[in-house]
Design a protein around this ligand. Structure first.
Ligand code: DQA
Length: 155
């Protein structure tokens, strides 16, 4: 891993509305606030932080991350519960993927209990509000570092 690793933080649909959308569930911080938290938590790492409401665009970015990122933090939002196509894209990655949610989907409606992303994620951070992202960033960078150490040892 380079001195300044690259971390992709990708966000799915409706997360552009953070701060206004169901604040009793998702809180009052905006997505820009969450981005600032991620950048702080990432230290020297470069953070590529994006949000889209479109499944295909999210998949394009996952594919892009394969060649450009050392790790991926993904809040798939609603697509985590529905998208086999997103799962297929994630399966092509070899970098660590950390799934992240503001709320705790396991404590919510039944349809939120299934996540296609969890099948391929190294781990899931959920339920801590914006702090979930900071923890996910730390985990993703830690995993990327471990991976590069293991790769160094094998040459
Ligand atoms: C979410 C949880 C999902 O169930 C929901 O569809 C979202 C946001 C979260 O961050 O808590 O849009 O991913």
């Amino acid at each position: 891993m380079p001195d300044s690793p690259v971390l992709y933080v990708l966000n799915g649909p409706n997360l552009n509305l953070l701060g206004q959308r169901e604040p009793e569930v998702y809180g009052r911080e905006t997505l820009a606030d969450v981005q600032a938290r991620c950048e702080r938590a990432a230290g020297k790492a470069t953070v590529v932080f994006r949000q889209t409401n479109h499944e295909g665009e999210l998949i394009d970015w996952v594919q892009e991350a394969a060649g450009k990122a050392d790790a991926l933090v993904l809040n798939p939002a609603g697509y985590g519960h529905t998208s086999v196509a997103l799962l297929d894209a994630l399966r092509t990655l070899t970098i660590p993927v950390v799934e992240c949610h503001l709320s705790n989907p396991a404590a919510r409606e039944r349809f939120r209990h299934r996540s296609y992303v969890s099948a391929v994620a190294a781990g899931v951070v959920s339920g801590f509000g914006p702090l979930s992202y900071e923890l996910a960033v730390q985990a993703a960078l830690g995993l990327a570092q471990e991976r590069s150490r293991t790769a160094d040892r094998s040459v």
